[in-house]
Structures are given as structure tokens and as C-alpha cells.
Design a protein around this ligand. Structure first.
Ligand code: PLP
Length: 359
């Protein structure tokens, strides 16, 4: 039986992407690697039709967290001041990173699941001079799609560019890089792009990595170093060649499907089948649909069923769901729409839930 991953990455792979892992052995110092790297970098910038002159994709071997940490440490200048918006695990993780790297920062904290307080944000922007505002686009903790457009509007007025954790939205949700004054966006191969874990990347405005007033804060995650080398067809350190093969194929597959808008549409179709199915089974959603991403949504656990009972039952039926984090661990479960899955799979998933809720 095929196992369907409904956790937020790694995803159920298509055969096409899985087969790409078997392409020939390749040294990362050979011309063929440079060509592969160039193609992937160009296709990543093309996902949102960005200009290759102004924007660059920088590839890293590491998970999504590596890309976020590289973005924060490489883009914020030494005399900069970062405002970090928190409303879940991943926003709070950025504050941890800023602390470890001694990046001057202030956090605008919200309880997990809360919407961003735009009044408080406007006030903070008025009282301080920030070099960048960092926030998570889709807060995977709760499935909330943060209102980037409104945040961007306020930040633009204050002339502060955005650093976006787009790890669980890039490739599926709409991202208006130029209009929203995004300086950089961190993402990964193995969520909405349907590649395998191991490669992550940052899409950055080139001018944001060319500031003279910066001293590297890390050796491995210094995006400026990567950018120089990758522009010259090289790479500072060994890249995960096989993961890059898979990402290359996954990007072709995304393109064949109709690009980001088509993927967003497909995810919404999956999400609607699940949401209607859950409601039929008496299971309520954590957030209103209008606040949710198309990528993942969170549901309140039904009374009298623990997370592990639900998880184990669904696993036996061929579906992997995802637990809540922290205080949410006892109360919610999460279901994602990513990966090579179909409407039919979603309907089977709903039927499998029905078997345990007894409706
Ligand atoms: C998955 C995720 C990350 C990074 O997770 P990794 O396990 O390092 O890949 C960061 N931010 C968000 C919003 C995520 O969903």
C-alpha cells in the first residue's frame, strides 16, 4: 500500500521526481554541475517571474531552517536593526536565530494563531528605525496565512524592506516580491515545490547582498559568498547533487502543471474536500477558512480521540497526519495538501477519518 504524506514536508514524491534521483553520478566541480545549478537557479527565480538581473536564487545544502538563518545573518547589515513578527513556532525561531547571532532585534509577539496586530506594527515602525522586518508568510504552526499584503503596505510607508520565511508557501501561495518590497525570501525544495529534503534556497534582491557595510556572521551560511561563487558557475561547498536533480525535475513538473497559480488551485481543491469532510464528521477547524493557507490547515481533535489514536488509525489506512506543536500538541492535528496526491486520495482520507469518528 502506498503511504500518503499529509505532513508539511517531506512530501509524497511523484515517480518523475523519484526517478531523477537516479541520474548519473556527478562531481560538483564539473561543467555539468554548473549547468544544472544555473538551470535550477533560473527556474527558481522564474516561479514568480522575477527579473534575473535584479534577483538571484542562492542554493544551499540544508533544510529550510538553514535558508532562514542564512537570510537573516547575510542580509541584515552589522549596523542594522531587525523587527521580527512572531505568531507561531517559526516566527519565534527567527528571534532565536537573531539572538544567537547577536543581530540587534526587537520582536512583535503574538500568541500562536493570532493574526498580526497591524496597529501595533504601525506604532513600532513609527517609533524605531528598522533596517528590515522579518516574518513568516504561512505560519505552519496553525495554518495561518499571514496578511503579507497589509504588513508590506505599512512597511513600505516606513521604507523598511521585508525578509520573508516562505518555506511553506513558496511555489503555492501568491508572493508579490516587487510590490511588497521583499528584500529576500527563504524557502526549501521539499514543501510546495515537491522535491526531496536536502536543498533549500534564498531568493534575494541582488542589491541586498551587495551592501558594503557587512562582515560575515557565519562561514557556512554566508549568502554573499555563495552568490559570488554560484554566479561564477561554482559552489563554495559540496552541494547535494541528487537533491538538486530532484529539484530540477520538480521545477519542470511545476511548470508543466501550470506554475504556482495552478498549484494553488489544486491545493485549495484538496483542502476543500478535507474541510467539508471534517465538518461532516463533526470535526471543527482551528481557524476560519479565510485566514488559512491552501497548503496546510489545522483541526481540533474530536472529543474522546487522542492524537495518537487518530494518527495510528490513519497510518494503518495509509495516511500520515501531523501533530500540533507545544501547547497545541494535545488539541489539534494538521493536514497538508502538498505532494503528488489526488482528489481521490483526499476522499479516501475523509472516509478513513469517518471510520474512527463513527459517522
Ligand atoms: C518547515 C518550515 C521551516 C523549516 O523547517 P526545516 O525542518 O528546517 O525544513 C521553516 N519555516 C516554516 C514556516 C516551515 O513550515
Amino acid at each position: 500500500m502506498k503511504t500518503i504524506l499529509l505532513n508539511p514536508g517531506p512530501v509524497t514524491l511523484s515517480n518523475r521526481v523519484r526517478q531523477a534521483l537516479l541520474r548519473p553520478d556527478l562531481c560538483h566541480r564539473e561543467a555539468e554541475f554548473a549547468e544544472l545549478q544555473d538551470t535550477v537557479r533560473t527556474n527558481l527565480v522564474d516561479v514568480y517571474q522575477l527579473s534575473n538581473g535584479d534577483w538571484a536564487a542562492v542554493l544551499l545544502t540544508g533544510s529550510g531552517t538553514a535558508a532562514v538563518e542564512a537570510m537573516l545573518t547575510s542580509v541584515v547589515p552589522n549596523d542594522g536593526h531587525l523587527l521580527i513578527i512572531e505568531n507561531g513556532v517559526y516566527g519565534e525561531r527567527m528571534t532565536k536565530m537573531a539572538g544567537v547571532h547577536r543581530i540587534p532585534h526587537t520582536s512583535l509577539h503574538h500568541e500562536w494563531g493570532q493574526a498580526i496586530d497591524l496597529v501595533a506594527l504601525e506604532k513600532m515602525l513609527g517609533q524605531n528605525s528598522f533596517s528590515h522586518v522579518a516574518l513568516v508568510h504561512h505560519e505552519t504552526t496553525t495554518g495561518r496565512l499571514n496578511d503579507l499584503e497589509s504588513v508590506a503596505g505599512l512597511c513600505k510607508q516606513a521604507n523598511v524592506p521585508l525578509l520573508v520565511d516562505g518555506v511553506s508557501s513558496f511555489g503555492a501561495e501568491s508572493l508579490k516580491f516587487d510590490e511588497w518590497n521583499i528584500a529576500a525570501c527563504a524557502a526549501t525544495a521539499n514543501k510546495c515545490l515537491h522535491g526531496v529534503p536536502g536543498i533549500s534556497f534564498v531568493i534575494a534582491r541582488r542589491d541586498q547582498l551587495e551592501s558594503a557595510n557587512r562582515q560575515p556572521r557565519t562561514v557556512y551560511l554566508d549568502l554573499v559568498h555563495y552568490l559570488q561563487q554560484q554566479d561564477a558557475g561554482s559552489t563554495p561547498f559540496t552541494q547535494s547533487v541528487q537533491c538538486l536533480y530532484a529539484l530540477d525535475e520538480a521545477l519542470h513538473e511545476l511548470n508543466d502543471e501550470g506554475g504556482q497559480p495552478a498549484r494553488q488551485k489544486r491545493y485549495w481543491r484538496h483542502m476543500k474536500i478535507i474541510r467539508e469532510g471534517m465538518i461532516r464528521n463533526g470535526i471543527t477547524a482551528l481557524l476560519d477558512e479565510s485566514e488559512c493557507s491552501c497548503v496546510l490547515q489545522a483541526y481540533n481533535l474530536p472529543k474522546n480521540i487522542t492524537y495518537s489514536e487518530l494518527h495510528d488509525h490513519l497510518k494503518a489506512c495509509g495516511f500520515i497526519i501531523y501533530a500540533g506543536q507545544g501547547d497545541f500538541a494535545k488539541n489539534i492535528f494538521r493536514v497538508s495538501a502538498m505532494g503528488d496526491i489526488t482528489d481521490e486520495d483526499m476522499e479516501k482520507f475523509v472516509e478513513s477519518v469517518e471510520k474512527i469518528t463513527g459517522k
